[in-house]
Design a protein around this ligand. Sequence first.
Ligand code: SF4
Length: 227
Amino acid sequence: MLRIGGFLPLTLSDFPGTVAAMVFVRGCTMHCPYCHNHSLCEPGPLLDTQEVLGRLSANLGRVAGVVVSGGEPTVHAGLPVFLATVGALGLRVKLDTNGSRPQALATILDHGLADHVALDVKAGWTGYDQLVGGVGMATAVSASLSALRRHAVAYELRTTVCGGWHDEAGLTELRQALRPGERWFLQPFRRTDDLPDRGADLRPPDPGLLIRVRDQARAAGIDCHIR
Ligand code: SF4
């Protein structure tokens, strides 16, 4: 079973080259202080999975793909079946993941259930667990990155950069863990109305920091962009 907390019938910007619908699942393994989808990490109302699949079927011809996002989709045992069902409809699949469940991700990749994966790499490995409020997360995300590199799947890496939490040393450590040719998006933190209320120091990053990190990444052959 997939615990679906939201459905967006159309997005033009979340699946590269593909007009897609979005499915948002509830529940997450991390506690990022700047989470932009915080309400999805909390218990709340669920949509019926069959009804969502029905809406996707009715939308065939208007969308060519589905983005499964969250929350963290890989926490749900029903994810592989859901992705297989979506794929059987003839829709391409993009999975957004925080990388905390490398075995679940590897299963999806082994069975060819995703056409594109967006993996959050939230910081350099030092301090990763502290940032996301979990144990063993740096090791898990590193293993997820290795799984992506082993499989013939299109993937991108994403880092939300938040003033007060990210600094140049940490982002340099992260950049040094990436490989030439990998696509890496730096996303400046933007305040939304769905943030956790933990009194954290949340502010947009220094634009100069983003530019320096992007340029250093590009000099290292990484396909880095600010968006
Ligand atoms: S991994 Fe994503 S959904 Fe989970 S807490 Fe962090 S930002 Fe929010």
